[in-house]
Design a protein around this ligand. Sequence first.
Ligand code: TXA
Ligand code: MG
Length: 318
Amino acid sequence: MDEHGKRAGRVDVDAAAAHLIAGALVAIPTETVYGLAADALNPDAVRAIFAAKGRPAHHPLIVHVASVEALAGWFAPPLPEAAMRLADAFWPGPLTLILPRGPLAHDVVTGGLDTVGVRIPAHPLTLALLEAGPRALAAPSANRYGHVSPTIADHVLTDLGDRIAGVLDGGPASVGVESTIVDLSAGTPTILRHGGVTAAELEAVLGAPLADGTHAAPTVVRAPGQVASHYAPRARLEVLAEGALAGRHRALEAEGQSVVVLGRAELGEDADIWARSLYEALRAADAGGPDVILIAEAPAGRLEAAVRDRLRRAAAPR
Ligand code: TXA
Ligand code: MG
């Protein structure tokens, strides 16, 4: 419900822009997952994101813009050579760059870090919104904290319909898992989160290997949102080899547990198809209220690392 006690619905680009300019929250489509957006220059609006998600306040948010020019003031110049090359190669697209912060980046956006995460998302409606409304939108994924990320507008309305002004419906997300995060703020470029651009693709553009920061311990982790348990359904999730699913299914049912199985028969044979359908499949499996969801390890494919990472976090003990 909004302040008048109503549940939010779909809005067009102009209405979304007006809501954001007025300091309200609007869910926006991107190629990765839906984002929960606020005007990145309005600290009160950005604070409302944390309240709506139930997210701890120190987690930094990604700033979304429509062009490299619109990043002026958000990072501390000069833009590193590696950033220019990656921006040229992958923006608009599923890549977030971590840069030293500039004067526009308020503490509520950066979580008090001395860096800021930025990206140009590849979705025509959100790029139009960034022209019609605020030039920079702070947006985490539009799910309740720790829950499965949304890949269609209805997921957003289910999770957050009582706490946002509306959702800009851009159809199903084409990538389906979050952006890859690369830290360019110090030393060797470091992957902090696997996502829609692969390590091999990044390395081909940079001409050098990247460091892998995706398994860092929580105390030293540079992407504070990368806690072990994340992207989780309500049911207990077990990740098994494809060939072990049937036996485990029988054993759990013999114990009286209700089980949903997600293997290659349900999700396909390629990691990119899994990426596109994983969150939707987890939400659908969860909807029936099973005790356990059994899911196979990700098959090979371009986005295998990203899908494996999400399965590991979704299955992590809470
Ligand atoms: O694909 C995506 O990146 C989606 C869409 C909406 O753009 N957004 C997204 O946001 O996944 P969120 O907040 O759910 O995840 C962003 C991650 C968090 O783990 C956060 O800690 C990390 O980015 N992050 C943001 N700013 C950072 C910074 N300055 N340094 C390190 N990590 C940062
Ligand atoms: Mg998220």
